[in-house]
Write a protein that binds this ligand. Structure first.
Ligand SMILES: NC(=O)c1ccc[n+]([C@@H]2O[C@H](COP(=O)([O-])OP(=O)(O)OC[C@H]3O[C@@H](n4cnc5c(N)ncnc54)[C@H](OP(=O)(O)O)[C@@H]3O)[C@@H](O)[C@H]2O)c1
Length: 352
């Protein structure tokens, strides 16, 4: 049995749909049982009313599950709470969100099962897809661009507002020569990027996921950008972060509204582009990976479902992981390329 907590949400609905397609028995949970039932029913799963902040209700939800998939947010409040309940119920765990802060909260809790955080698009595929370029071919510099124009749910808006500080990443920084080079990059305004629609704004943000990627793979230089269709969202974030008096939640509506205005003007589109340059004089050619999707939330649900299936199948060893290092990049890319939610996935040939 796979339990999907938050299965009626933007991410969770697609996770449920794909897991049902894999033929796995499902339990779908949320505070509103009727909403969960509307999602679980078509796939033949059980619907359960559960509040993740109520210990007894959460324990009952996890009981009997082989894997618990958390698609409920906001992540900064969930942290390690559902992971701990899953492990206590002798189940594996997959989280569509959750990053270094959640992993640190879990600490050295013994994990007899696989626990996988960051199993969405960003973080998640944003860290996994660039690994297709780090397959033994020397890379002098890796540039990663992630973003586009999509609606933002209130839960994600608050998470996005709170992903600040060194545990989440470094604004305007790049990774260079084994460390974070602060204040080394400026925003790229009105640029054309392969896979992104029209002229976009790319704001440098060296996320914790990219630091892990660069340090683990020994990349000399890594530049990571969040891509916006207009200035609406960067301006809404800047206003929220400058507010010293009100909590981030007070600005969630402004973030949701800014994203909605982008979608009204530019439609739904989202892309991950990673571009690897070889060392000068190596004779090698640059290589790139490009993924395009109309819906980053639904594709996060696909990623969470693939990860949960792998955990259920025992291909991810016990212990705490991030999806970007727990999943096989080439096998996952092949599966994503065939998914209806991926409009394009261009992957380079493997290095010989
Ligand atoms: N990695 C990525 O790329 C990525 C992308 C998008 C989103 N995310 C993350 O995924 C999470 C969900 O986002 P979303 O946009 O899908 O949110 P959403 O549409 O608001 O859905 C939230 C879901 O969680 C349930 N829920 C909320 N509070 C709950 C509680 N206390 N107990 C049990 N269930 C609860 C909701 O159902 P009820 O209201 O009935 O309880 C609903 O099913 C967020 O943390 C977000 O940051 C990650």
């Amino acid at each position: 049995m796979i339990g999907v907590l938050g299965g009626s949400g933007a991410v969770g609905r697609t996770a449920v749909e794909r897991l049902a397609g894999f033929g796995l028995p499902l339990r779908v949970g949320g505070r509103d049982r009727a909403r969960a039932e509307a999602v679980a029913g078509p796939g033949g799963g059980d619907a359960v009313a559960v509040d993740l902040f109520d210990d007894d209700s959460l324990a009952a939800f996890c009981d009997g599950c082989a894997v618990v998939v958390n698609c409920a947010g906001p992540s900064y409040r969930v942290l390690d709470r559902v992971a701990r309940a899953a492990l206590a119920a002798d189940a594996g765990y997959v989280d569509a969100a959750g990053d270094l802060v959640a992993v640190e909260a879990l600490g050295d809790t013994p994990a007899r099962h696989a626990v996988v955080f960051s199993a969405g698009l960003m973080p998640g595929l944003s860290g996994l897809l660039p690994r297709l370029l780090l397959d033994g071919t020397p890379v002098a510099r890796l540039d990663v661009y992630v973003g586009g124009s999509v609606e933002i749910s209130p839960a994600s808006a608050v998470d996005a507002l709170l992903t600040r500080g060194p545990k989440f990443g470094h604004a305007l920084a790049m990774w260079r020569d084994g460390g974070v080079a602060a204040h080394s990059l400026a925003p790229l305004r009105g640029v054309s990027l392969p896979g992104f629609r029209g002229r976009v704004h790319a704001v440098p943000f060296l996320s914790a996921e990219m630091v892990m990627l660069a340090s683990g793979a020994g990349v000399g230089e890594l530049r990571n950008y969040t891509v916006y269709a207009t200035e609406n969202l960067p301006e809404a974030f800047a206003t929220a972060w400058a507010d010293q008096e009100r909590p981030p939640e007070a600005h969630a509506d402004a973030i949701v509204w800014a994203a909605a205005r982008d979608v009204a003007a530019h439609g739904h589109h989202y892309a991950v582009l990673a571009y690897a340059r070889p060392p000068a004089g190596s004779g090698l050619l640059p290589r790139r990976v490009l993924l395009r999707t109309p819906d980053s939330y639904r594709l996060s649900g696909v990623t969470a479902a693939i990860t949960a299936r792998e955990v259920a199948a025992g291909t991810v060893p016990p212990g705490v992981h991030y999806a970007s290092e727990a999943l096989d990049p080439r096998r996952t890319a092949a599966e994503l390329a065939a998914d209806a939610l991926v409009s394009e996935l261009a992957v380079p040939e493997p290095a010989r």
